[in-house]
Each structure stands twice: as structure tokens, then as C-alpha cells.
Write a protein that binds this ligand. Sequence first.
Ligand SMILES: *Cc1c(COP(=O)(O)O)cnc(C)c1O
Length: 422
Amino acid sequence: MKTPFVTKEKIQEITKTIPTPFNIYDEKGIRENAKAVHAAFSWNKGFKEYFAVKANPNPFILKILQEEGCGVDCASYVELALSNELGFKGDDIMFSSNDTPAEEFRYADELGVIVNLDDFTHIDFFEKSVGHFPKKMSCRYNPGGVYELSNGIMDNPGDSKYGMTKEQIFEAYQVFRDKGVEEFGIHSFLVSNTVTNDYYPTLARDLFKLIVELKEKTGIALSFVNLSGGVGIAYRPDQTPNDIAKIGEGVKKAYEEVLVPAGMDNVSIFTEMGRFMMGPYGGLVTTAIHEKHIYKEYIGVDACAVDLMRPAVYGSYHHVTVLGKENAPADHVYDVTGSLCENCDKFAVDRQLPKIEMGDVLFIHDTGAHGYSMGYNYNGKLKSAEVLLQQDGGFKMIRRPETIKDYLSTLDEFGIVDGLLK
Ligand SMILES: *Cc1c(COP(=O)(O)O)cnc(C)c1O
């Protein structure tokens, strides 16, 4: 059973001033989890978690993670500018972009952040765009083939657009060295949303072996290994959540067995988790406004894919709790839908739930990462508010809902919709 981090009574209090739909985040959960991540890797002196901004770019959330010692992983101009404005500086920012425009490389260089190059040809492109190299550079690695853990094939890096081949990455570090770069790192992101404690340890061992080989062949000793994202969460109630302490232990074991004997006991471990840092600490709160009985039973809610796209895009499972009916028998089968003119706009399909009355409030779980941030404005639907459930039990709005003026703001200079912009 999955329990919302917020009670029905609290939601009733919040909806007196902030109408549904909205995403709500759990400050206490975010902080406790961030502390657990840091404890799990405390054995590594240089450890740093670079929170993937794309997962949840709300500035109040980024500030909480900053207070907990996190840096940020950015992939665009806006993410860099936002992070810089919030006081993330230099080594607090990892720029792990791909297909990167020249002006973004220039901006990243201006800010002095760590640049993680996605491709061998970007070495030339970077040099032409920026004019020089920073003292520190990172490269993204793609081993190709399929990626297998003890519990089977996880994904197919050979099909993914990211990273460099082994030959390219070995060459890249030598080119960098010749061009005066002094410090190097490696980055690799091979599988998304892994619900196994084996992913990071396996990836770490592979990368450690690779950098030992690099050192033996070229004399280049890397100073950091970035395990990137991919640590998953238990979206389904029958899944066992990852144990970050065990994951940290597993990486430590690989470190001690591969890097330490090779005399590389000074390598810092970086991570770029998004989902694991925020996923469980967000929920979409929405009210049932329609019930429809045709060939199936439908419940229409006041949220739609604009507020949470994952089910529409990936068919992802998000658990649904009908607030106040946690213990009622789940003896009805519903599709829970939003209002977009797209049949994929369904938060749940053939879901067993308690009988839903109009006005019931639904809590859609695990929307803290890749939730609000993926939203768009299809059908002219405006994005909803974000709310923070504070540590002391209070709450505050941390982003207001969009208005029609926001939606039309890029038409302000054309005089065609001025009546709506007043
Ligand atoms: C999306 C992304 C992440 C975060 O991934 P999660 O699955 O949310 O952990 C980290 N690094 C890079 C480069 C990414 O693109």
C-alpha cells in the first residue's frame, strides 16, 4: 500500500485558498532523502550529487536541495541561468548537455561550470565556439551493446544518442591533455528508472575498470566519475524501493576492489539523480468532476496531462489514492482521465479503486520528478500551481497557476490579442 505524505484534512485546509489541481511537494521527505544520499556516499571525500534540474526546476525546490549540499546538473541555457541566479557557482554546476548550441557552451564557460562533452566532434566545436578549454573537462561515455545486470537486460545503450565510444573517449582525453586541460572526469547514463540496488555498483565497476585502463595506456588519471541519473523509484505498490545505503555500499566495494589497488584512491564520485531525489516527494492533487458510463467507466478530473505527462507519453503507472477512502474496498474499475482532446490523456487505465463520488479529491503519487516540468500547453490548457508542504506542517504556494496572459505573453507586441492581455 502506498500512503500519501499529506492527509485529507491538510488538503482540505490547502484547497480553501489554493484550488485543485496542483502539485504538492514534501519538504521533510526531500530533506531526509537528500541526507540519506549524502550518508550513503560519505565514505567518498569528494562526493557530490548534482540534482538534474529538468526533473523539477522550481527555484524553491532547488534552494532546499542546495541547502542539503547538492549541486545541479543543467542541459540548457535557461537551466544554467536559473541555477546561476540561485547561487550555484562553478563546480556546483555540471553541464551535461547534448546537441549543444555554441552560445550555450560559451555561457557555460563564462559561468565556469564543469562541462561534460557528449561527443568527440564537440571538442572541435567547443574550441571554435569558446576559443579555449577550461582547466577541467568531463566526457560522456557510451559502451554500446546492451546493458545487463544480474536480473537481465536493462536497456540498449547501442541505440542511444548519447556519449562517445571507448576509442573516442580515450582519444578525447589525450586531445584535451595536449590542449592544456589539467583535470578530467567521466560520465555515463545507461539506464533510466532502475529499481534494483545493482545498477550504480555495476556501472561504477565498469567505469572504474575503464579509467584504470586509461591510466595504464595513456598515463591520464581521472579525478571524478559521474554515475549520472537512473536510480529509480517504486511507482507501483508491489515494487521494493531502492536502498540508497546499499547502493552506496556497492559502489564503495567496487571502488575498493578496482580503484584503490590501482593507486587511484583520490577519485571523487558524482551523481546526477533527478527521479530518486524528488519523485516520491511530489503528488498531483486533483478533484473528480465527471463520471461517464459508456463501454467503460470513466472518472474525469480537473487535472490533465498538462500537469503530469508521463502516463500519456510513456504509459507510466502512477498510483492513485482517493483521499479519505484509503481503507475502502477497491471494488470499482475506472479509467481516470484529463480533459485534453487526446485519448492518451488518462492518469490511470482499468484501475481498481474505491467508488468515486463527484468532489472526491485524488492524490496521484510520485509526481515530484519529471512531473510538472514536462508539462505543456496543449489545447490551451494552463499549467497549475505548485505548493510546498513545509517541514513544520505549514504550506505555501511556490508557483502560481498560469493565466491567459502568461499563455499569450509572446504575442504582446503584435496587437492582435491585446483585449485579452489587459
Ligand atoms: C535526465 C538526466 C538525469 C536524471 O535522470 P533521473 O532518471 O531523473 O535520475 C541525469 N543526468 C542527465 C544527463 C540527464 O539527462
